[in-house]
Design a protein. Structure first.
Length: 458
C-alpha cells in the first residue's frame, strides 16, 4: 500500500480510505486522471479486464463469484483461513493452560511436609529447614504459574504462604529483618489469595514477632491486633493475644494490658502414669550447668526444675490406672533381661533449646537414646500391646525450666538466645534406667521410683 501511494504521489491514508470504501469513494478529477493513467501503463490486460468486471458487478458480487473452490482432499487456504487458524491456536493454547493441573499426590505431600515443619519449627534447627524451604518455595512459584485448576491454585497458595511464613520466621532468628518482612508480607498476601483467614492470622503473628525483635513495638502491636481481626476467635487468637498483643503492650509500658492477657498453663496436679526415665542424681557437672542457666531466667515466666528433678523422658508405659502391679512387675523382669545386654554409654550435654516453650539442654548422640528407648518400648508392648507410648518429635533433652503461662514461646526463644555460650565439655554417664510413677506438681513434675534397672552389657 505504501509503494502504491508513492507511485501515485498521494498519502498512504488516502489509498487506505479508497480500499476500505472502494465503491463509495469518488476521487477528484486530478486524482482520477492519475489513476486512469496508472491503470493503462502499469497493469496487464488481465488486470484491466478484472478491474472492469469489478466496476460493473460491484466488489462483493465479484468476490462471491470468484471465490476459490477448496479441494476437500488437498485443502486450500486464504488470508481469512490463516487468520482463523492463528486465532484457533491462541484459543486452544488458553484452553490447554486452563486445563493444566498438578499431580494431587505432589500437592498433598508438600502440604503434609509443610504442616510438619510448622508443628516443629520452634524446636527445629533453622539450618536443617532453610535449604528445603527455599527450594520448595521456588518450585511452588513455578507450579502456581503452570497450574490452571482453580482449586489446586488455592491449595498451592496456602502451601506457599506457609512456606514463606516459615522462611520469615527463620530470617528473624538470623537477624535479617528486612528479608523477614518481605517473606511475612508474601505469606500474608498468599493467605489472602487463598481466602484462608487462619493463614492470614498466622502470618500476622509472624509479622508481629518480626517487629518485636526488631524493636518496633508499636508495629508489633499493630500487626498482632490486625491478626486478631483475621483470626475472628479462631485457633490463632490465643497466640496473637499472648505472644503478640500482651508482649508488645508490655514493652510499650502497658503492664496491666500485658499481665491481663497471660493465662496460666493448663493442666491439673496429680498422677500422670508410669514412664521410663533417665535420671541424673550424681551428674555434678550437669547440676552446675543447669543452675548457672536457671539463674538467668525470668522467674515470673519460668519455673525452674529442682536439681534432683533433672531427667530425660524415654517413653510412656501406661497412663494412670492403665496397668496393674502384676503387669508392671512382668515389664520390669523382662526389662532386666534386655538391659543386661545393653552397655552403659555417655551423653554429651549440648546447648539450650526451646522445647514447646520449655527450656532444656539437648543431649547427643540421639542414636543411643533412641536405641535404649526402642528396646524398652519393645519390653512394654510385649506385656501391654496397646500401651500409649510417647511418640515425641522433640530431640532428646533435659528440661531445666517449664513455662508458667501459656504462649511463652517467644520468651523461651529469647532466653535460649541469651545463653548461646556452649557448655564446656559437660557429659553424663547413663548406666541405668528407671521405671517411675510420674505426677504433675505446680508447674513441674515429681516422681516416685518403681524400679531401677542397670545396663550391664559388655
Amino acid at each position: 500500500m505504501r509503494d502504491f501511494a508513492g507511485l501515485l504521489g498521494v498519502e498512504t491514508t488516502t489509498v487506505n480510505n479508497w480500499r476500505v470504501g472502494l465503491s463509495s469513494v469518488k476521487p477528484r478529477a486530478g486524482t482520477q486522471s492519475i489513476l486512469d493513467t496508472t491503470l493503462v501503463q502499469r497493469t496487464s490486460s488481465e488486470d484491466r479486464e478484472r478491474f472492469e468486471q469489478i466496476v460493473a458487478e460491484g466488489e462483493a458480487a465479484w468476490r462471491k463469484r470468484n471465490r476459490p473452490q477448496r479441494n476437500p482432499l488437498v485443502g486450500g487456504s486464504t488470508d481469512s483461513d490463516a487468520d482463523d487458524r492463528e486465532e484457533l491456536l491462541t484459543v486452544l493454547n488458553r484452553v490447554q493452560k486452563l486445563s493444566r493441573s498438578v499431580d494431587p499426590h505432589v500437592v498433598n505431600q508438600m502440604g503434609s511436609g509443610t504442616r510438619g515443619a510448622i508443628e516443629g519449627y520452634e524446636t527445629s534447627e533453622p539450618a536443617e529447614l532453610l535449604p528445603w524451604l527455599r527450594k520448595q518455595r521456588a518450585w511452588l512459584e513455578s507450579l502456581i504459574d503452570e497450574c490452571g485448576d482453580p482449586r489446586q491454585r488455592i491449595r498451592l497458595f496456602e502451601i506457599a504462604g506457609q512456606t514463606s511464613g516459615l522462611l520469615g520466621y527463620i530470617a528473624v532468628g538470623c537477624g535479617s529483618f528486612t528479608v523477614a518482612r518481605a517473606y511475612c508480607l508474601e505469606s500474608y498476601q498468599l493467605g489472602c489469595y487463598a481466602g484462608d483467614t487462619n493463614l492470614m492470622a498466622w502470618a500476622r503473628g509472624i509479622q508481629s514477632f518480626c517487629e518485636y525483635y526488631a524493636g518496633r513495638y508499636e508495629d508489633a502491636l499493630r500487626f498482632a491486633e490486625a491478626g486478631l481481626v483475621d483470626a475472628a476467635g479462631g485457633s490463632q487468637s490465643v497466640r496473637l493475644a499472648i505472644n503478640g498483643v500482651a508482649r508488645a503492650k508490655g514493652k510499650l509500658g502497658d503492664a496491666e494490658g500485658s499481665v491481663s492477657e497471660l493465662r496460666l498453663r493448663q493442666g491439673q496436679d496429680g498422677p500422670l502414669g508410669h514412664y521410663w526415665f533417665l535420671t541424673f542424681v550424681h551428674a555434678t557437672d550437669l547440676h552446675f550447668a543447669a543452675t548457672a542457666r536457671q539463674r538467668t531466667l525470668d522467674a515470673q515466666h519460668f519455673a525452674v526444675t529442682p536439681i534432683d528433678g533433672l531427667h530425660l523422658t524415654l517413653d510412656r508405659i501406661a497412663a494412670h490406672g492403665g496397668s496393674t502391679a502384676q503387669q508392671r512387675a512382668r515389664i520390669v523382669t523382662t526389662a532386666e533381661d534386655v538391659c543386661a545386654r545393653l552397655k552403659p554409654f555417655v551423653l554429651a550435654v549440648d546447648r539450650l533449646a526451646n522445647i514447646r516453650a520449655a527450656i532444656g539442654f539437648l543431649v547427643a548422640p540421639d542414636e543411643r537414646v533412641h536405641e535404649l528407648r526402642d528396646a524398652l518400648r519393645g519390653v512394654t508392648m510385649s506385656v501391654l500391646p496397646d500401651a500409649p507410648v510417647k511418640n515425641s518429635t522433640a530431640a532428646p533433652h533435659v528440661t531445666i525450666a517449664y513455662p508458667i503461662y501459656e504462649g511463652l514461646t517467644t520468651e523461651a526463644i529469647a532466653a535460649v538466645e541469651a545463653n548461646e555460650t556452649p557448655l564446656d565439655h559437660v557429659s553424663v554417664t547413663v548406666s541405668e534406667v528407671r521405671m517411675v510413677m510420674l505426677e504433675r506438681r505446680g508447674h513441674g513434675y515429681q516422681w516416685e521410683t518403681v524400679a531401677r534397672i542397670p545396663l550391664t552389657g559388655v
